[in-house]
Design a protein around this ligand. Structure first.
Ligand SMILES: NC(=O)c1ccc[n+]([C@@H]2O[C@H](COP(=O)([O-])OP(=O)(O)OC[C@H]3O[C@@H](n4cnc5c(N)ncnc54)[C@H](O)[C@@H]3O)[C@@H](O)[C@H]2O)c1
Length: 424
């Protein structure tokens, strides 16, 4: 049986999404090839080096030791697969969905697709991709028919890097198939990997589910971000209002302001949906456009607030030592893709700041940020004219920062009632 332990599973893309799926499939008894075009990444994984915090080196080592997990950059290793999962990037290219990674991965799979095989797309994308893009490539490349000779479906990933409570295993997984039989196969496969599956009617509903989740988050963050700017000008404490509103046991969900959105999801996924709406219906998805506008401008607002706070102290940004705390796009993760800190660094550098940054999670060698790295210790905090808290990593000692800094701009409300502190 193709979905039974011992059958061959290939996971295309060994990043934040693909690696956890691959390791879990190995742990549940499948023979797994973790395919990645990045040769260096495959070699590192085979050497037991995990660059993803959610997969510890010990867990990776245990998977390698079973002999049932191996990373490979060689497409020939895809041969003979029973189940294939596609988890490759879906970026935007000049505001337009770039599906070239999905296309390339699908072409590679089509050559090895056999009757009875199952292919699942997990990459986040606009509704229609599985049926309109993946299906024809697989059918033409294999000479087989989806829903008749092989199974095809979509299952969005909900991984939240760094979240210890909600993991790949205990987060319900939405599954879909082109036909009832496809859904049955795909549901059976994921039921072995996760505690609960949530079957939906077709791949389109599953594709929209993911975009709905991320657009919901994006829009609500934009709402509190815009409110934070107005509240600041009105002299109202937005954080106290948010805390108070969060006591309502129904009809309210807590979102907090910050220096902007980042990562692989929020700055990108809602635009996949608005692109599809524009392309198919000729309409504008106004909520997404507005949320993009507000969230994209948060780094400008942070810099403006810093300039104004320094001005109040008769200081200019030029030549001042500014210590940024946090480079990742969110708490307790090493992921700095699309992080709003990049824009803040660019602006402060162009203003002539003597800029340094600390982040215990983001490896200096792998970081995208062009800034001198320092530890977040008493000496660095005392030496700074201003400390800007951008990420609320648990590893930062915010009590020390509050006690030692001459001025703090706290964009995450990490310091409670400190003197010399301004909040977003
Ligand atoms: N990171 C998240 O938190 C998250 C959460 C949910 C969904 N997603 C979605 O999952 C997808 C993957 O995201 P990610 O964060 O894992 O990306 P990632 O960049 O961490 O990993 C993708 C991997 O795919 C590899 N790759 C690219 N093209 C390939 C090909 N043709 N064949 C084999 N390997 C290939 C890359 O080398 C890379 O290692 C995206 O669509 C993303 O939107 C991400």
């Amino acid at each position: 049986m193709p979905n039974e332990p011992g059958s061959k599973v290939v996971i295309i893309g060994q990043g934040y999404v693909g690696l956890p799926v691959a390791i879990r499939a190995c742990e549940m008894g499948f023979d797994v090839i973790g395919h990645d075009i990045d040769v260096a990444r495959a070699e590192l994984l085979n050497a037991g080096e995990s660059f993803i915090e959610d997969i510890s080196p010990a867990r990776l080592a245990a998977a390698l030791a079973t002999g049932r997990y191996r990373a490979s950059a060689d497409p020939e290793d895809l041969g003979g697969f029973d189940v294939a999962v596609i988890s490759v990037p879906t970026p935007l290219s000049e505001g337009t969905p770039d599906l070239s990674f999905i296309e390339e991965a699908t072409y590679a799979l089509a050559r090895h697709l056999r009757p009875g095989g199952t292919v699942v797309l997990e990459s986040t994308t606009y509704p229609g991709t599985t049926e309109e893009l993946v299906r024809p490539i697989l059918e033409e490349g294999s000479g087989l028919r989806a829903g008749i000779d092989f199974h095809l479906g979509y299952s969005p990933e909900r991984i939240d890097p760094g979240n210890l409570d909600w993991t790949f295993e205990n987060t319900p997984k939405v599954v879909s198939g082109l036909t009832e039989a496809c859904l049955e196969k795909i549901d059976a496969f994921y039921s072995r990997l996760v505690d609960q599956t949530v079957p939906v009617r077709s791949p389109r509903e599953a594709e929209l589910t993911k975009l709905l989740e991320n657009t919901f988050r994006h829009v609500n963050i934009a709402l509190v971000n815009e409110l934070a700017m107005f509240a600041g000008d009105l002299g109202i404490d937005i954080w106290e209002a948010i805390d108070a509103a969060s006591t309502k046991p129904f009809g309210y969900m807590r979102f907090t302001p910050g220096p902007g959105v980042g990562g692989h999801c929020l700055p990108i996924d809602p635009s996949y949906l608005s692109w599809r709406v524009r392309q198919s219906l000729g309409l504008t998805f106004r909520f997404v456009e507005l949320a993009n506008d507000v969230n994209d401008h948060m780094p400008d607002y942070v810099v403006r607030r810093l300039i104004s706070a320094l001005n109040d102290r008769e200081l200019s940004v030029k030549g001042r030592r500014i210590l940024l705390l946090g480079l990742a796009y969110k708490k307790n993760t090493a992921d700095d893709r699309q992080s709003p800190t990049t824009a803040i660094i660019g602006q402060l550098k162009s203003l002539g700041a003597d800029l340094v940054a600390a982040d215990p999670h983001v490896d200096a060698d792998r970081s995208r940020a062009d800034v001198t790295r320092v530890p977040c210790d008493v000496d660095q905090v005392r030496a700074a004219d201003a400390v800007v808290i951008l990420v609320d990593h648990d590893g930062f000692d915010f009590d020390m920062v509050a006690a030692e800094a001459s001025f703090v701009l706290d964009t995450r409300h990490c310091i409670k009632d400190g003197k010399n502190v301004e909040y977003l």
